[in-house]
Design a protein around this ligand. Structure first.
Ligand SMILES: [Mg+2]
Ligand SMILES: [Zn+2]
Length: 178
């Protein structure tokens, strides 16, 4: 059966951004992230993280360190009984001109190869213009998260929130095909 997905950015969406994060101790979920993903997973969404991690391509940290950060992320989510269905990262520097660095859609294409995803009911949520552009480029519903204190502009996503719990009703409407 095809399932819809919540595609979710990592930095300043699922966890607070720390530039070129490589220390698992600095992984902190944003307000309500665990509860929101638990609710949406129970409602029937796949939960798939989509993140640019150019720190690898730039030589700032290695895959082992990135995996340690993601192990910590999974551990934090497990206390909300959330299990990620997928986690895709682009390790490339912008100069490498890959097909996966957001706003390109390579990571979404890979996710669709690995899972049976109903794109018409799926959502991309993120804080950056690249997140919203990638979602649009793939025909997804889009949600911009602008956390308290953010100086980001309004990128004209389908829905704008200041915390993840605020997107629940929008997501449930997408789930029903509304
Ligand atoms: Mg981000
Ligand atoms: Zn890439």
């Amino acid at each position: 059966m095809m399932k819809p997905a919540i595609f979710i950015d990592r930095d300043d969406t699922l966890i607070y951004n720390v530039p070129y994060l490589s220390d698992p101790e600095k992984v902190v979920l944003t307000p309500g992230a665990g509860e929101t993903l638990a609710l949406l997973a129970n409602a029937g969404f796949l939960i798939i993280v989509i993140t640019n991690q150019s720190g690898i391509g730039r030589g700032y940290f290695n895959v082992e360190q990135l995996n340690a950060v993601h192990d910590k992320l999974r551990q934090l989510l497990s206390s909300f009984k959330v299990v990620l269905d997928g986690l895709y990262y682009c390790p490339h520097a912008p100069t490498q001109e890959c097909n996966c660095r957001k706003p390109k859609t390579g990571m979404l294409e890979q996710a669709c190869h690995d899972h049976r995803i109903d794109l018409t009911r799926s959502i991309m949520v993120g804080d950056s213009l690249q997140d919203i552009q990638m979602g649009r480029n793939f025909g997804l519903h889009t949600v911009q998260l602008r956390l308290e204190g953010s100086d980001k502009e309004d990128f004209q996503a389908d829905f704008l929130v200041s915390s993840l719990p605020e997107m629940v009703d929008f997501a449930l409407a997408c789930l029903k095909g509304q």
